[in-house]
Design a binder for this molecule. Structure first.
Ligand SMILES: [Zn+2]
Length: 289
């Protein structure tokens, strides 16, 4: 079964919804970064949000970047996603271990702490647009909902969830965002809220085998839904040896000469995917040209 994203609308576009299941790719992120459960949950929820927020993008190279910068032990969480269903991300301190919250859940809010969420939309203009708001709870779903309500003036229901097994593998990951445009009839909003209150948490639903379409059906039960697209999503970084080389070149001649003299080699690790790139002396000298 593939990780996938589904988009749909209802009631002549007054409701738009996207849902995603990312159990596999969240587990891949965990393996790449060796994250402990609370970091896995924080990173997974943020990756879910970024994928869901690619809704407004059109072209291939347009991206959504979410940065959650809190004062908790996790440090920052940085994630980006594009219209191809590719997402990547990392947390500054992946091996954070915290006691469970009072409700017996992974305490993402405590791991993130107080701070700011930044959402950057890069649609290929000179200046990407960045909006930000103070974190509401650090639980990420609430923070994204508050961001959408404030910066985009669209009331949104956001539910993001990650379940981690005792052996640290990912049991379920995914989420849903439902946006209601201003002319949505009141009784429809009430219906959606009733549905949301009645059903199980999104991570439990995914663990039970529900796919993105099933999530949409459950949340929008009793409402006619028009499905727009379904596509696979995956953890995919855009780093490459070529990019590493041009980054080294941009350090300047002096820096490169120092590197050759001092170390005789270079090791560059990509933050986003933890891939390591090695260049030997001959390769570094080649860059000098
Ligand atoms: Zn990378």
């Amino acid at each position: 079964m593939w990780d996938s994203l589904v988009r749909a609308t209802a009631l002549d576009n007054t409701i738009r919804v996207s849902a995603v299941v990312t159990t596999k790719l969240t587990n891949e992120a965990r393996l790449r970064h060796n994250t402990f459960p609370v970091a896995t949950a924080a990173l997974g929820r943020t990756m879910n949000a970024a994928l869901l927020l690619t809704w407004g993008l059109k072209e291939k190279d347009e991206t959504i970047t979410i940065r959650i910068i809190g004062d908790g032990p996790l440090g920052g969480i940085i994630v980006d996603a594009n219209t191809e269903g590719e997402v990547r991300g990392y947390v500054q301190n992946p091996q954070v271990d915290l006691p469970l919250s009072e409700k017996g859940k992974l305490d993402v809010g405590a791991a993130v702490g107080k701070g700011t969420v930044y959402v950057t939309k890069d649609i290929g203009l000179k200046e990407p647009y960045t909006g930000s708001i103070p974190l509401v709870s650090g639980e990420i779903g609430e923070d994204i909902a508050a961001y959408l309500a404030q910066s985009e003036q669209i009331p949104s229901l956001v539910s993001l969830g990650v379940l981690v097994n005792p052996d640290f593998t990912v049991a379920a990951s995914g989420g849903i965002i439902i946006q209601a445009l201003p002319n949505t009839p009141e009784e429809v909003l009430v219906k959606i809220e009733e549905n949301a209150a009645r059903i199980l948490p999104v991570s439990t639903l995914i663990k039970e085998g529900n796919k993105p379409k099933d999530l949409i059906k459950l949340y929008l039960e009793g409402i006619d839904v028009e499905y727009l697209e379904e596509k696979p999503v995956r953890f995919q970084c855009r780093c490459s040896l070529e990019r590493v080389k041009s980054a080294l070149v941009s350090l300047g001649q002096k820096e490169l000469e120092d590197m050759i003299k001092k170390d005789g080699k270079a090791e560059v690790v990509c933050h986003f995917c933890n891939e390591a790139y090695f260049l030997n002396k001959a390769e570094l000298k080649e860059l000098l040209k």
